[in-house]
Design a protein around this ligand. Structure first.
Ligand code: FES
Ligand code: FES
Length: 174
């Protein structure tokens, strides 16, 4: 039976009425109209749907909405606000300044088809929050070996991702 849930999404309280086992990705995309997280495999094996839940990457395709009430959810759309808060910008800053990870992805021209890339940037945010200066080996490991699965890119953007993560790390350090 459908229930009403209040979620903290990208810094705002959002209320939805859905079945408790509804995957978070459907709530984000269909109820809240946040199209950043993408549905790929649907079984936690590709990373396209990744979001941050209390600062850690979670796969929205296999996360029931009932499991994330009371937690802070950030999608790719919320990264500017996350950075504005961390870097002490005014609330206006979040509307005019991209997160350094997003800017690095543009500067390095990482995306090709782009389908996987919001999940890739979420994975980068997860990594840099815990390791502000990762080595190439640590970046490679984070994207290809960390559970629950590698982040898959059928376009082969992995080399550019390493460059972009290193650029973002430098920008976030100043
Ligand atoms: S769609 Fe969620 S991991 Fe692939
Ligand atoms: S950029 Fe096309 S799947 Fe990654």
């Amino acid at each position: 039976m459908a229930r009403t849930f209040t979620l903290q999404v990208n810094g705002a309280a959002r209320t939805v009425t859905v079945e408790p086992d509804t995957p978070l990705i459907y709530v984000l995309r269909n109820q809240l109209e946040l199209s950043g997280p993408r549905l790929g495999c649907g079984v936690s094996q590709c990373g396209a749907c990744a979001v941050l839940v209390d600062g850690r990457e979670a796969r929205a395709c296999t996360t029931p909405v009932s499991r994330v009430t009371g937690k802070k959810i950030h999608t790719i759309e919320g990264l500017p606000g996350l950075w504005a808060g961390r870097s002490g910008q005014s609330p206006t800053g979040a509307t005019t300044t991209l997160h350094p990870i997003q800017q690095a992805w543009i500067d390095v021209q990482v995306p090709q088809c782009g389908y996987c890339q919001s999940g890739m940037m979420i994975a980068a945010a997860d990594l840099l929050a815990r390791n502000p200066n990762p080595s190439v080996a640590q970046i490679r490991d984070h994207f290809t070996s960390a559970p629950p699965s590698p982040h898959l890119c059928r376009c082969g953007s992995y080399v550019a991702i390493i460059d972009a993560v290193q650029q973002a790390a430098r920008a976030m350090a100043v």
